[in-house]
Design a protein around this ligand. Structure first.
Ligand SMILES: Nc1ncnc2c1ncn2[C@@H]1O[C@H](COP(=O)(O)OP(=O)(O)OP(=O)(O)O)[C@@H](O)[C@H]1O
Ligand SMILES: [Mg+2]
Length: 287
C-alpha cells in the first residue's frame, strides 16, 4: 500500500493509485467514491467562513470564526466539548443560522435570501454521529430517496448510483435490509454512501465514529481515508488523531466558540502554539 498522495495543500491527486490503495481488509471495492470533477484543485476556496458570530440568547456560541477550506483539502476540527465545533459545521450547510459574518460554499453565500437552501444542502454532504438513516426504509431506499425527491433523478439512475456506492463501501449484500439489521459501522458506511450519492461538492462530518463500538471505528475511517485520498473537500469534526495525522491538511482547534488555532497538520502536532491546544492535545493523546 502506498502512502497518501495528500501530504500538503499543494499535493496533486492520484485517484487511480488511491483507488488501488484501498486496504484489503476494509471491505472497500475497487473504483472511486467521487468523480474527477470533485477532486483536488489547490487554490480554489470551496468553503469560506468569514468572521462568523452566533448567539443563543445572551450566550455567544461562536465568536468571529474565520477560516477557509480549499477544494480537495481535508480539515479536521477538534476542541473540548461545548467549544462550538458542531455549531460551526452546522452553520456551513445552513442547519444553524448565524447573526454576524458570512459563509460561502462553492461561490454561494449561504445567508443570502436568494439562496436556495435545499439545493445548497444537496451539494453539502453531512454525516452525523448518529447515522440518521430512515429506519422504516430499506438500505436501497435510503440511498435513493433524496436523489429522487431532491435531485429529481429517474428511479433507474438513482438506483444505479446508490448501489454503485453501496458496493464501494463494501455492503452490496445488504441492499435489501433495513438499517436496524446492520451494525453501527455498517450503518455509518451507508450514511456516507447516501451523502455521496447526491454528488456533493463538500462533505462535512460531525464525530462520525464516536458512537461506534471500537472494533467498528476502523471500517468507517477506512472509507473516510479513501474519500480524502480521492480529493474530496472535507471538514471533519473528530478526535481521531490517527485519522488527522494520516489525511488532514490542516487542523483547527476551537475553544469557547473561537478558532484558537488553524495550522498545518505537522505544525499542529509538532507544537501547537496555544497553551489551550497543547493541554487539549496532551489529554487526548494520552488515551
Ligand atoms: N440549541 C441550543 N441552545 C442553546 N445553547 C446551545 C444549543 N446548542 C448548543 N448550545 C451550546 O453551544 C455550545 C457549543 O455547542 P456545540 O454542540 O457546538 O459544541 P461541540 O464543540 O460540538 O461539543 P461536543 O464535543 O460535546 O459535541 C455549548 O455550550 C452548547 O451547550
Ligand atoms: Mg459536537
Amino acid at each position: 500500500m502506498t502512502d497518501s498522495p495528500i501530504t500538503g495543500s499543494t499535493a496533486t491527486p492520484a485517484p487511480a493509485a488511491a483507488a488501488q490503495a484501498a486496504p484489503s481488509d476494509s471491505g472497500l471495492q475497487p473504483g472511486t467514491l467521487i468523480e474527477p470533477a470533485r477532486q483536488r484543485a489547490p487554490g480554489t476556496a470551496m468553503i469560506a467562513i468569514d468572521a462568523i458570530s452566533k448567539w443563543y440568547g445572551d450566550f455567544r456560541v461562536l465568536h468571529e470564526c474565520t477560516t477557509a477550506v480549499a477544494k480537495g483539502e481535508v480539515v479536521v476540527v477538534c476542541g473540548p466539548s461545548g467549544s462550538g465545533k458542531s455549531t460551526l459545521i452546522k452553520c456551513v450547510n445552513a442547519l444553524e443560522p448565524f447573526q454576524k459574518g458570512q459563509i460561502t460554499v462553492d461561490g454561494t453565500k449561504i445567508a443570502d435570501k436568494a439562496t436556495n437552501l435545499p439545493k445548497l444542502r444537496s451539494r453539502v454532504g453531512m454525516v452525523f454521529q448518529h447515522f440518521e438513516l430512515f429506519p422504516h426504509l430499506s438500505i436501497t431506499d435510503n440511498l435513493t430517496i433524496a436523489q429522487r425527491k431532491v435531485l429529481g433523478r429517474p428511479k433507474e439512475e438513482a438506483h444505479k448510483r446508490g448501489l454503485d456506492l453501496l458496493a464501494r463501501v463494501g455492503l452490496s449484500a445488504h441492499a435489501k435490509k433495513f438499517p436496524g439489521q446492520l451494525s453501527g459501522g455498517q450503518q455509518q458506511r451507508v450514511a456516507i454512501a447516501r451523502a455521496l450519492a447526491m454528488n456533493p461538492v463538500v462533505m462535512l462530518f460531525d464525530e462520525p465514529t464516536s458512537a461506534l463500538d471500537p472494533e467498528m471505528v476502523g471500517e468507517v475511517l477506512d472509507v473516510m481515508v479513501e474519500l480524502a485520498r480521492e480529493g474530496m473537500t472535507m471538514m471533519v469534526v473528530t478526535h481521531e488523531m490517527g485519522f488527522a495525522r494520516k489525511v488532514a491538511d490542516r487542523v483547527i482547534f476551537m475553544d469557547q466558540g473561537e478558532i484558537v488555532e488553524d495550522a498545518g497538520k505537522d505544525d499542529f502536532f509538532g507544537k501547537p502554539r496555544s497553551e489551550r491546544a497543547q493541554t487539549f492535545l496532551s489529554k487526548i493523546l494520552q488515551h
